[in-house]
Design a protein around this ligand. Structure first.
Ligand code: NAD
Ligand code: DAU
Length: 338
C-alpha cells in the first residue's frame, strides 16, 4: 500500500506520517510538500532516511509535477493536508488561499482520476460550518449543518470540500471528507493561539488576546485527529463526510490563563487587542457519526494534552527558536534529499 500525504511537513500532516509509520510499518509513505513558511523539514527528519519513505518538494498546484509523481508512484490512497491554514493570513491576503486550497485540490483530484485511486481523503475543518452562538451550548455542528464559512480561509476549505464531493458524484472518484475542530500539540507553527502564547510567555512578551477573549473553540490533540483519519481512510464509507471533534470546548482567555499558570508567568502579560475581523464566536463538533460507525473517541483530555504540549515546547526550544529566527528555511534546504 502506497499512501501519498500532502502537506506532511506541516503540523498535522507530520503527526499523521509518524502515526502511519508506527501503525502501518509495511506501507510506503510519500510526502509531497512545497515547504512554505509553515513547514519545517526538521519535524520529519527521522523519516527522511527510511527506505519506505520519500519526500518530494513540489507545489500541489503544479500539474506537471503532480502528474509526474502519480505516474512514478501510483499511490493507492491520497491524504490531503496541504493548505494555507492560518485564518489571520487569509484576512490579510486571500489569493494564495484560493489558489492552494481550491486549485491545488483540483490538481490532485485530476491526477487521481487520470491514474486511478482507492481513496482520496480531504482533510477539512469545522470552520466550513461558520459559527455557533455562545448562549446555545446545546447546538453542535453535525455533517448536515449547512455550510456558512466566514473567512477567506474557511471559504477556500468549503469550496475544496464541495469540489471533492462533486468529483465523487460526477466522476465516481472514491473520496471521503473529514471536518475537524482546533488541533493542538507538538510542532504547531507559533502563529496559532496555543504555541504563540507558550512562546510569548517564555520570552515574557505580551499575550495578545483578540477582543474579549470569550470566543470558544473545541480542542483536539493532534494524535486523536490522526487516529480518526487512519480509521476513515481504511473503513470510512466512500462519498461520506465525517466530523471529528474533541468535545473539549474552551474559551481563549481561559486557555491563555492556564498557559500562564503552567509556566509560572503573571496574568499581567495578557493584553486585549483589536478583534479579528469576522471572528467566529463558537465552534463545537458532534462526532457521533464517526464514533457510531468506526468506534473512534478522542483519548487525550485537554488539561493533559496542554501539559504535554507545553512540555514539548520547553524541551524543543531549538525547533521553534529556529522558526522565530528564520534559520529553519536554511535547514529545510540542507535537509532536502538529493
Ligand atoms: P500547516 O500550515 O501547519 O501545514 C500546511 C502544510 O502544507 C505545510 O507543510 C506547507 O508547506 C504545505 N503546503 C502549503 N501549500 C502547499 C502547496 N501549494 N503545495 C504543497 N504543500 C503545501 O497546517 P495544519 O495546521 O497542519 O493543517 C493541515 C490541514 O488540516 C489543512 O488542510 C487544514 O485546513 C486542516 N485542519 C487544520 C486544523 C488545525 O487546527 N490546525 C483543524 C482542522 C483542519
Ligand atoms: O477550527 C479548526 C481551525 O482551527 C483550522 O481549520 C485552522 O487551520 C486553524 O488555524 C484553527 O483556526 P482558528 O482561527 O480557530 O485558530 P487560531 O489558533 O488562529 O485562533 C484560535 C482562537 O484564538 C481564535 O478565536 C482567535 C484567537 N487568537 C488567536 C491568535 C493567533 C487570539 O486571541 N490571539 C492570537 O494571537
Amino acid at each position: 500500500m502506497t499512501i501519498l500525504v500532502t502537506g506532511g511537513a506541516g503540523f498535522i500532516g507530520s503527526c499523521f506520517l509518524f502515526h502511519m509509520a508506527e501503525n502501518h510499518p509495511e506501507y510506503r509513505l510519500l510526502c509531497l510538500d512545497k515547504l512554505t513558511y509553515a513547514a519545517s523539514l526538521k519535524t520529519i527528519k527521522e523519516l527522511l532516511p527510511k527506505n519506505n519513505f520519500r519526500f518530494i518538494r513540489e507545489d500541489i498546484c503544479d500539474r506537471d509535477a503532480v502528474f509526474r509523481l502519480f505516474q512514478e508512484e501510483h499511490p493507492d490512497i491520497v491524504v490531503h493536508f496541504a493548505a494555507e491554514s492560518h485564518v489571520d493570513r487569509s484576512i490579510e491576503d486571500p489569493a494564495v488561499f484560493l489558489k492552494t486550497n481550491i486549485l491545488g485540490t483540483q490538481t490532485l483530484m485530476d491526477a487521481c482520476r487520470r491514474f486511478g485511486i482507492q481513496r482520496f481523503h480531504q482533510v477539512s475543518t469545522d470552520e466550513v460550518y461558520g459559527e455557533l452562538p455562545l448562549n446555545r451550548p446545546d447546538l453542535l455542528f453535525t455533517e448536515k449543518t449547512p455550510l456558512c464559512p466566514s473567512s477567506p480561509y474557511s471559504v477556500s476549505k468549503a469550496s475544496a470540500d464541495l469540489l471533492v464531493l462533486s468529483y465523487h458524484r460526477t466522476f465516481g472518484l472514491p473520496v471521503t471528507v473529514s471536518r475537524c475542530s482546533n488541533n493542538y500539540g507538538p510542532h504547531q507553527f507559533p502563529e496559532k493561539l496555543i504555541p504563540l502564547m507558550i512562546v510569548n510567555c517564555l520570552y515574557d512578551l505580551p499575550l495578545p488576546v483578540y477582543g474579549d477573549g470569550l470566543n470558544v473553540r473545541d480542542w483536539i490533540y493532534t494524535e486523536d485527529h490522526c487516529r480518526a483519519i487512519d480509521l476513515i481512510i481504511h473503513r470510512g464509507r466512500n462519498g461520506e463526510i465525517y466530523n471529528i471533534g474533541g468535545r473539549q470546548e474552551m474559551c481563549n482567555i481561559d486557555i491563555v490563563k492556564l498557559i500562564c499558570r503552567e509556566l509560572g508567568k503573571p496574568k499581567s502579560l495578557i493584553t486585549h487587542v483589536e478583534d479579528r475581523k469576522g471572528h467566529d464566536r463558537r465552534y463545537a463538533v458532534d462526532s457521533s457519526k464517526l464514533s457510531g460507525e468506526l468506534g473512534w473517541q478522542p483519548e487525550v483530555p485537554f488539561r493533559d494534552g496542554l501539559k504535554r504540549t507545553i512540555d514539548w515546547y520547553l524541551s524543543n526550544r531549538d525547533w521553534w527558536e529556529d522558526i522565530i529566527s528564520g534559520d529553519y528555511r536554511k535547514e529545510n534546504k540542507a535537509l532536502l534529499p538529493g
